[in-house]
Design a protein around this ligand. Structure first.
Ligand code: CA
Length: 358
């Protein structure tokens, strides 16, 4: 039943956004879906995921900004959480190959008052390169960091991790797994005598993974992010230490679409402008895979809005099939929203936040 509803929603996307009767018909089952707890496989966040972080949560954020506009909406969420004192953004890494990505992230950081926030970028072969909205924003808003001038992302991550307290860093990947896989495989360097895997084991307290974009765990096709670099996706799941939780919290983003709320903010809001460029001039709702990954990772108190699976093993094949196996001693889980109404309110407030209203 639940699977049927989700498949129906995905295959009627056009009607979902334009036809009010269809919208109502779909909303009611979604509400029931949420209130019913979604699935017998899941439960409110297990005890090891219910702990409150002492704010601010220290965050490393890895993005394929430019491919899809949910990354832009997620940068808005990050900066809002930082302005609320809930998180400290340690650094942002770019995993996409487009030359506008670093200047775009720098423009966003600058607009939110964080021009000095470290930005790293992939220097080798990128999983893909695309710009669906960034170039006009880079033209319109101040920025001064180029792709060439930005440091290598793995070097930057190693440098940042090495200087943080043990078990203190929350990592969030909202794009292909390439940068994280390269970090796991990185050798000792001037920043740390540890390998990347050892460094993550020592420093990371939580990892929000970028997979399950198709909303198909506990078993099914992986989403766009993992598909863009299956070797890295499979590799990260082989290498990630089980010392810290790895949670796939973005799946419900296929269903929860937000973005039209930008119509109510000032015309020069940088993320509103990004959504306008993505949709050829008028903001529209867009899926929220990446915002969900960040919120689950960065605001532990929000985890009651998801049902989280019991601990288990999660793997992906080279054919792109994700699968979960319950296992008490493994430290991976997937999570789906159980309260869509509240989640929409929470994410919308963070996305439309304007630092000029501080
Ligand atoms: Ca993304």
């Amino acid at each position: 039943m639940n699977t049927y509803i989700i498949v129906f929603c995905l295959h009627t996307r056009r009607f979902f956004t334009t036809n009010p009767i269809i919208k109502l018909m779909l909303f009611v089952p979604l509400l029931v879906l949420g209130l019913s707890g979604y699935s017998s496989h899941t439960e409110p966040a297990p005890s090891h995921l219910q702990e409150e972080n002492d704010p601010p949560v220290r965050v490393l954020f890895d993005t394929d900004v430019g491919g899809d506009v949910d990354d832009a909406g997620t940068l808005a969420v990050l900066h809002a959480l930082a302005d609320h004192g809930e998180i400290e953004i340690l650094a942002i890494g770019v995993v996409i190959g487009h030359e506008a990505a670093v200047p775009y992230v720098h423009a966003v950081n600058t607009w939110y008052g964080r021009p000095d926030l470290p930005i790293g970028t992939i220097k080798g072969e990128a999983p893909y390169s695309r710009d669906e909205y960034m170039a006009p924003i880079v033209e319109e808003f101040p920025n001064s960091l180029t792709q060439e001038a930005a440091p290598d992302v793995v070097k930057l991550y190693r440098q940042v991790l090495a200087t943080q307290p043990d078990r203190s860093v929350t990592m969030v990947a909202v794009g292909p797994a390439t940068n994280i896989y390269n970090l796991l495989n990185s050798p000792p360097d001037e920043h740390s005598p540890l390998t990347g895997k050892e460094l993550m084991r020592q420093k990371v307290k939580f990892y929000a993974a970028g997979g399950n974009g198709n909303n198909e765990l506990p078993k099914g096709r992986c989403g766009f992010n993992y598909r863009m670099d299956l070797e890295a996706a499979s590799g990260e799941l082989e290498l990630l230490p089980s010392d810290f939780p790895t949670v796939f919290a973005g799946g419900s983003g296929s269903i929860l679409r937000i973005g039209s709320a930008y119509k109510s903010v000032r015309p020069d809001h940088i993320i509103r402008r990004s959504y306008e460029e993505y949709y050829d001039g008028t903001v529209q709702d867009r899926q929220t895979w990446d915002q969900l990954r960040v919120l689950y990772a960065c605001r532990p108190s929000s985890r009651s809005l998801w049902n989280t699976s019991s601990p288990g093993s999660i793997k992906v094949t080279m054919e792109g099939i994700l699968s979960y196996t319950a296992a008490p001693n493994e430290n991976r889980a997937w999570a789906y929203i159980n309260d869509f109404i509240t989640m929409r309110e929470v994410l919308t407030e963070l996305m439309v936040y304007d630092p000029r209203d501080k």
